[in-house]
Design a protein around this ligand. Structure first.
Ligand code: GLU
Length: 447
């Protein structure tokens, strides 16, 4: 297979699907060499099949806002690949959601889930519903209307959604309530990220951020470094950024910046427990303004409008917000300021130019599908607990999360170590995930 030929075909077939084409190109470029060493992949046309979702459901979601006005949004569920398990992946509620965005996320999820060591296929869904400025009652009514359509597409052995940008514990609660009413079954395994008293797993809310820091520690240790005492800049202040701030601080690093769509919040003394707790209040307020942190803690934090976290001098950059949030210029600015490590926690958080800039400058770089896999992995652990009708202790879940993150790191090292000894984590993660899914597809025949 030739990446350029496949990409040329996909560009004609899906013009304008920028994020999807970007995600596919990155994976194909990484796997091309290995793929061509396996004639059986070519014979079964694995690559042509793996880049297409199995199916996409699109539906209208109509609901009534607090003013009594009727609102209509679009809802989607992309069931991407079920070679190694039922479709698994989050729901994103964001005004910019398009089929291209969800196809890229479903594609990424397929390989990410394969890395987790657990049997989960890839899926993603969501809506162009914008949670910013919505009341709690509006969020509830939207979630109910969304589930009214989605519920026939999902099931504990079929497709298991969870949270993503704009969907956290509160939304999963409203979604589950409606699912249960429609299905008339207490199928806790149909969604993950549930509340602790009704089937949720301890540590699932923290898992993406915690897992990301465990992975970062492996990257640093392998390079002979330690996270203790290092300065960290984090973008976002949602669930993932919150978990990352918590664990980074616990491990002795100093989180000196968080950011939002409105700008960056400098925290020269490092974020503390009170501020980390306040991130949850900021998220629940649906205001989407990081300035709120500086207003609440005036002596400790200061706000700069219109700037990104990447303008702050730091050792380690952790993008935790949205795709393509760190571009080539940001990468150059970070490097000029002395940053020597970037672990992507958001899905496809760095543009191809940023990744290239980091890699050619010898900066330690690891991609989202490896770094952030602890979230979906802990969703997998939640599914196991649900299927067994029991709950594990925090220590048990944390030990399993540690084991999974270290297995993912090992897989990246195995498939990403280059002839000069340097580890290409992008290649490593892509090849490791791809080999597992491709092998399963091969064994299951032409379907
Ligand atoms: N949205 C998360 C991700 O991008 C979690 C998905 C899940 O738990 O199913 O992996």
């Amino acid at each position: 297979m030739k990446t350029s030929e496949i990409m040329a075909r996909l560009e004609v077939k899906y013009p304008g699907e920028k994020e999807y084409l970007q995600a596919v190109r990155e994976v194909l470029e990484s796997i091309e060499e290995v793929y061509n060493q396996h004639p059986e992949f070519e014979k079964a046309k694995i690559v042509e099949r793996i880049v297409e979702p199995d199916r996409i459901f699109t539906f209208r979601v109509t609901w009534v806002d607090d003013k009594g006005e009727v609102q209509t949004n679009l809802g989607y569920r992309v069931q991407f690949n079920s070679a190694i398990g039922p479709y698994k992946g989050g729901l994103r509620f964001h005004k910019a959601v398009t089929p291209s965005m969800l196809k890229f996320l479903g594609f990424e999820q397929t390989f990410k889930n394969a890395l987790t060591t657990l049997p989960m296929g890839g899926g993603k869904g969501g809506s162009d519903f914008d949670p910013v400025g919505k009341s709690d009652a509006e969020i509830m009514r939207f979630c109910q209307a969304f589930m009214y359509e989605l519920w026939r597409c999902i099931g504990p052995d079929q497709d298991i959604p969870a949270g993503d940008v704009g969907v956290g514990g509160r939304e999963i609660g409203y979604l589950y309530g409606m699912y249960k009413k429609l299905a008339r079954e207490y199928n806790t395994g149909v969604l993950t990220g549930k509340g602790m008293t009704w089937g949720g797993s301890i540590l699932r809310p923290e898992a993406t951020g915690f897992g990301a820091l465990y992975f970062t520690q492996h990257v640093l240790n392998t390079a002979g470094k330690d996270i203790k005492g290092k300065t960290v800049a984090i973008s976002g202040f949602g669930n993932v950024a919150w978990g990352a701030c918590t664990k980074a601080t616990e491990l002795g690093a100093k989180v000196i910046a968080i950011s939002g769509p409105d700008g960056v919040c400098h925290i020269p003394g490092g974020i503390n427990k009170e501020m980390i707790d306040y991130m949850l209040v900021m998220r629940a307020s649906n205001r989407n303004k990081v300035q709120d942190m500086a207003d609440k803690f005036p002596g400790q934090a200061s706000f700069v409008a219109g700037k990104k976290a990447w303008s702050v001098k730091c050792d380690i950059a952790l993008p935790c917000a949205f795709q393509n949030e760190l571009n080539g210029d940001d990468a150059k600015e970070l490097i000029a300021n002395g940053t020597w490590c970037c672990c992507e926690v958001s899905n496809m958080g760095c543009t191809p130019e940023a990744i290239h800039t980091f890699q050619s400058a010898g900066i330690l770089f690891a991609p989202g599908k490896a770094v952030n896999a602890g979230g979906v992995a802990t969703s997998g652990l939640e599914m196991t607990q649900n299927a067994a009708h029991l709950g594990w202790s925090g220590a048990e879940v944390d030990a399993k999360l540690h084991y999974i993150m270290s297995s993912i790191h090992e897989a990246c090292v195995k498939f990403g170590t280059q002839s000069d000894g340097h580890i290409d984590y992008v290649k490593g993660a892509n090849i490791a995930g791809f080999m597992k899914v491709a092998q399963a597809m091969l064994e299951q025949g032409i379907i």
